[in-house]
Write a protein of this length. Structure first.
Length: 260
């Protein structure tokens, strides 16, 4: 009977993890985020009731994360390991922010390239990483588009739209890996970029660049003039969208082909 209950909990946890893998933590409610975090220190019990109790006690997820180790230990169901784990999270966030407080990575292509090198790597599978920033070019979030394989990108535009429909998101940069091939974009890469650009134009979000990396080199849609051509194409396709011209002017390193 106990094994059956554990299996039920495990199934629920796996569903939460699957949701996060596909859409990031933003797709979860506050109590679900805490519930999932608690599973790493409480592996064989249902953490949902404890997550609800903690959020009620501290007024929300941020209140729980601000709570001290000593205060958390006083809560029913919170052991030493759990109290220590939760109390360490804000310290981890502070260290991350301190190390990245000067990120302003959309000023030019060089900043974008450096951001990729410092945060990501070229794995053995082709993948597309989306980095989002606000109107001050500060990092908001990043996510990996699902459905990548050894040779090509395939993704759900609806899922992508759900991710960028965040009021904080004003700019995005696409990071795309070609593990075993040339950094030159394929026809499918160009088609995918155009589809993403059309979505960005609908939501008035600047697509600043699409950078393709392999182990030794990189290619920029922005500085090559390819992104400018795609903006022009989308502008002609949607002539009534006056924001597209403004978006083109806002991207300082969007280079016209003849300027190469």
């Amino acid at each position: 009977m106990e094994d059956k209950v554990v299996n039920l909990h495990e199934g629920h946890r796996q569903r939460l993890k699957t949701k996060v893998k596909k859409g990031g933590l933003n797709v979860l409610d506050e109590h679900e985020v805490l519930e999932l975090l608690l599973t790493y220190t409480i592996p064989r019990k249902d953490t949902n009731p404890l997550a609800h109790r903690l959020i009620m006690a501290y007024g929300g997820l941020s209140g729980v994360l601000r709570a001290s180790y000593e205060d958390l230990k006083k809560c029913e169901g919170v052991g030493d390991e759990t109290a220590l784990f939760i109390s360490m999270l804000p310290q981890l966030f502070e260290r991350f922010i301190a190390n990245n407080k000067n990120i302003d990575f959309l000023r030019n292509t060089k900043d974008c390239v450096n951001y990729f090198i410092s945060h990501f790597s070229v794995s053995d599978k082709e993948k597309l990483i989306v980095v989002c920033s606000n109107n001050m070019n500060r990092f908001v979030k990043s996510f990996v588009i699902a459905g990548y394989s050894d040779v090509e990108i395939s993704f759900d535009l609806k899922e992508f739209a759900n991710q960028i429909m965040d009021k904080r998101v004003k700019n995005i940069v696409l990071y795309h890996t070609h593990p075993a091939g040339s950094v030159e974009p394929s026809m499918q890469d160009i088609k995918t970029t155009e589809e993403i650009l059309q979505l960005c134009c609908m939501f008035n979000i600047n697509l600043c660049d699409h950078l393709i990396f392999n182990e030794f080199n990189h290619f920029s849609f922005g500085t090559s003039g390819l992104l400018y051509n795609l903006y022009s194409k989308v502008k002609n396709k949607f002539p009534n969208n006056r924001n597209i011209e403004k978006m083109m002017q806002n991207i300082g390193f969007l280079q016209k082909p003849e300027e190469k």
